[in-house]
Design a protein around this ligand. Structure first.
Ligand code: SF4
Ligand code: SF4
Length: 187
């Protein structure tokens, strides 16, 4: 009988202690947040997803060369005489078509080493930290403002220009050589 009553007492005390703890937590300030409805504010200078403002990119490749994991791929084509690519917001004249500017963010280690050498400050880290993807390919960000067809056309245009320049130089050299030979004959 004594053991029976003791078990009832223990049971009631256990429920009472449990309810006391529960009640205490009802009035205690929560340490968790209701993510994603509520978000932790990011600190200044946070290093999350990279962004490139292509309006200011001059295609100098310095960011790609600074990257320790080679996750930036840049390809450029020289502009042709007469083509005006405009200027960056800090007044630098643009002379290259940026036909490819890819960042494989899956490889990025967020070191920010690409940001410091940029002469136009157009590559920087943002506070965006939610960019998970099901397909890894989607983590390669393409920043070039040219479509693949336009990029290909820029390459073709430049090759054509170079060939024409070479042909013109060869013709000028041949004409000069012929004139020199004629001059020699006249003497
Ligand atoms: S943050 Fe670092 S790893 Fe990422 S692209 Fe820039 S240099 Fe490369
Ligand atoms: S360093 Fe800046 S300007 Fe040069 S290619 Fe990279 S993003 Fe463009």
């Amino acid at each position: 009988m004594r053991e029976y009553l003791s078990n009832i007492y223990t049971g009631l005390m256990t429920v009472f202690i449990g309810m006391k703890i529960t009640l205490q937590h009802v009035f205690t300030k929560s340490v968790t947040i209701q993510y994603p409805d509520v978000r932790v504010p990011m600190v200044d200078r946070v290093r999350n997803r990279l962004y490139v403002n292509m309006d200011d990119c001059i295609g100098c490749d310095q960011c790609a060369r600074a990257c320790p994991v080679d996750c930036i791929t840049i390809e450029t084509v020289k502009s042709l005489p007469g083509e005006d690519l405009g200027k960056t917001s800090n007044g630098k004249k643009k002379a290259l078509w940026v036909t490819k500017f890819d960042i494989d963010i899956a490889k990025c280690c967020y070191c920010q080493l690409c940001v410091f050498p940029c002469p136009t400050e157009c590559i920087y880290m943002t506070d965006t930290y939610e960019f998970s993807e099901y397909n890894r390919q989607n983590l390669i960000y393409n920043y070039s403002t040219l479509s693949p067809e336009e990029a290909e056309q820029k390459v073709i245009n430049f090759q054509k220009f170079e060939e024409e320049k070479k042909a013109a130089k060869a013709a000028a050299d041949a004409a000069a050589a012929a004139a020199k030979a004629k001059e020699g004959e006249a003497k």
